[in-house]
Design a protein around this ligand. Structure first.
Ligand SMILES: NC(=O)c1ccc[n+]([C@@H]2O[C@H](COP(=O)([O-])OP(=O)(O)OC[C@H]3O[C@@H](n4cnc5c(N)ncnc54)[C@H](O)[C@@H]3O)[C@@H](O)[C@H]2O)c1
Ligand SMILES: O=C(O)C[C@H](O)C(=O)O
Length: 308
């Protein structure tokens, strides 16, 4: 199983590291446009192999897509991250060109590759890959909901003073500060609804803290986060590589599911060897439906800025 990670920056390197540590891929190629950068990250990571106990071979490439040939899965993290005070949507001008070029180059050397899009604004970048590559929709997956759900569980555990392993919960909708839809009514602690433990006000606070999870970290770090994003991508790559049929909220092209069409937005899907193997269309409450509709309107507005 060969995995390519484009972008050897904070998220790309973290993602490659977690993939290697989990030791399910035979080969990870990291590619970056900056001369020597990916080679350096790959060498540094390889020098952790004997310490961390993995056999995955990690190599680096400066913009040579020949080295990515015959990849099964490719992760696109290339592009600029936001700075404190910015929205993800403000990155569209630079990142759209990068994501378009990168996805086209990847497909020249790996025509059957499954692409996971990470670069922001992620839902719109996922839509762009659909519109510009024309590959089947099961092979284009946007990463946002897996990360947002991990942050939701972190905030729920914090509010309940519970171990995170007790918590289950999911965030759907657009991966933006205002567009995320944390499904508070579905979240549980060991099968018991979290509303049994938390007041409505506290639950609303958890939802709001989840939605601005990325902005909160960007303010603290001066750039956006990488550990949890890298871990989220690595779990999705593993689900595909190991044909786990595991459920994650991912950005995917919808064709009527959730009442939406011609948009990529986060909904629960099953990930297995073919990429997105099924979209799970769960019933939402009226309030959740309204939030999903509003979120989709925001994503569509950003999609409208693309020059297709
Ligand atoms: N979807 C999510 O949940 C999520 C989470 C975290 C970050 N992100 C996004 O991921 C992107 C990367 O974030 P980061 O913190 O790793 O940034 P970073 O600046 O640390 O790394 C980005 C890397 O991309 C490289 N790059 C730029 N243009 C390239 C090209 N044409 N080809 C190959 N490589 C190229 C840069 O040289 C750099 O090394 C940002 O857009 C960020 O907003 C998304
Ligand atoms: O917040 C960002 O800009 C990066 C990423 O989308 C995140 O949620 O961490």
């Amino acid at each position: 199983m060969k995995v390519t990670v484009v972008g050897a920056g904070a998220v790309g390197a973290s993602c490659a590291e977690y993939i290697a540590i989990k030791d399910f891929a035979s080969e990870v190629v990291i590619l970056d446009i900056k001369e020597g950068y990916a080679e350096g990250k790959a060498m540094d990571l390889m020098q952790t192999a004997s310490l961390m106990g993995f056999d995955t071979k990690i190599t680096g490439s400066t913009n040579d897509y020949g080295k990515t040939a015959d990849s099964h899965i490719a992760v696109i993290t290339s592009g600029i991250p936001r700075k404190p005070g910015m929205t993800r949507e403000e990155l569209i001008g630079i990142n759209a060109g990068i994501v378009k070029t990168v996805s086209s180059n990847l497909l020249k050397h790996s025509p059957n590759v499954i692409i996971i899009v990470v670069s922001n604004p992620m839902d719109t970048m996922t839509y762009l890959v659909h519109k510009t590559t024309g590959i089947p929709k099961n092979r284009i997956i946007g990463m946002g909901g897996a990360l947002d759900s991990a942050r939701f569980k972190y905030r729920l555990a914090e509010a309940m003073e519970a171990p995170i392993s007790d918590i289950d919960g999911m965030v759907i909708g657009g991966h933006s500060d205002t567009g995320m839809v944390p499904l508070t009514s579905h979240a549980t602690r060991n099968s018991i609804r979290v509303s049994e433990f938390l007041s409505e006000n506290r639950l609303q606070q958890v939802a709001e803290d989840t939605k601005v999870g990325g902005a909160t970290l960007t303010k603290l770090l001066g750039t956006s986060a990488w550990y949890a994003p890298g871990a989220a991508v690595s779990s999705m790559v593993q689900a595909i590589a190991c044909d786990q049929k595991k459920m994650f909220p991912c950005s995917t092209m919808l064709d009527g599911e959730y009442g939406l069409k011609d948009i990529c937005i986060g909904v629960p899907v099953l990930l297995g060897k073919d990429g997105i193997e099924k979209i799970i269309d769960i019933p939402l409450s009226d309030a959740e439906k309204a939030k999903m509709k509003e979120s989709a309107e925001g994503v569509s507005k950003t999609n409208g800025l693309l020059e297709l």
